[in-house]
Design a protein around this ligand. Structure first.
Ligand SMILES: [Zn+2]
Length: 207
């Protein structure tokens, strides 16, 4: 089993490669790995990321197939099925690190802010369920002083939304709580920058 700290270091190194435009992967390595994985998997980290096409998780961390257990949903929100997926990876595969990965210019966060500023009833019930998950964590940033600074507003809102998901995973499941307290499970928040390609771990990640 790979400890949370070692897993985090692997992700940091992989992202440094990605941001620098280099990779450890080549088609031959991938083919070998594909064959090795037929019999089973042992992903060393679980990533809850946004569905955004600009944030492909394995690429961003320069990891191969079999390395990461990835859950992607617009706005990296946490509902029951996401909690269940994280529990599954932690229990079944002993994945000890969970990363909630938000990103700059997240369209789901933008849509939520727009909805708060100019409410419409045009969203489907299903889409609304995503906006409603994001809403509580970004509402406070609509204070008058930030309203006119859209970039600042987005920056705060993206991070608050990541923190809310981290918090939900840390406290919304008895199984995960028990793994955190007794078995070294670590849940951290991170933000990917579309601008630099870098990932900043900012919530609960040891230096
Ligand atoms: Zn997004």
């Amino acid at each position: 089993m790979i400890s949370a700290q070692d897993a985090l270091e692997r992700l940091r190194e992989g992202n440094r490669r990605f941001a620098a435009g280099v990779t450890n992967l080549d088609p031959l390595i991938m083919r070998t790995r594909r064959n090795e994985l037929i019999g089973g998997q042992a992903p060393f980290a679980t990533i809850l990321g946004c569905s955004d096409s600009r944030v492909p998780v394995e690429m961003v961390f320069d990891q191969n197939m079999g390395d990461l257990f990835v859950i992607r949903v617009a706005g990296n929100i946490v509902a029951s099925s996401q909690v269940g997926s994280v529990e599954f990876a932690a229990e079944r595969f002993n994945s000890r690190l969970v990363v909630v990965l938000g990103h700059s210019r997240c369209s789901a966060v933008t849509a939520t802010l727009e909805e708060l500023q100019r409410p419409t009833n045009s969203q489907s019930r299903n889409l609304r369920s995503i906006v409603d998950r994001i809403r509580p964590s970004v509402e406070e940033f609509l204070a008058p002083e930030l309203k006119h600074e859209p970039e600042e507003l987005m920056r705060h809102a993206v991070r608050a939304n990541v923190r809310a998901s981290v918090n939900h995973l840390r406290h919304g499941s008895e199984i995960l709580e028990q793994l955190i307290h007794n078995h070294g499970l670590l849940v951290v928040g991170a933000e990917y920058s579309l601008e630099t390609g870098g990932v900043d771990f900012f919530d609960g990640a040891p230096g």
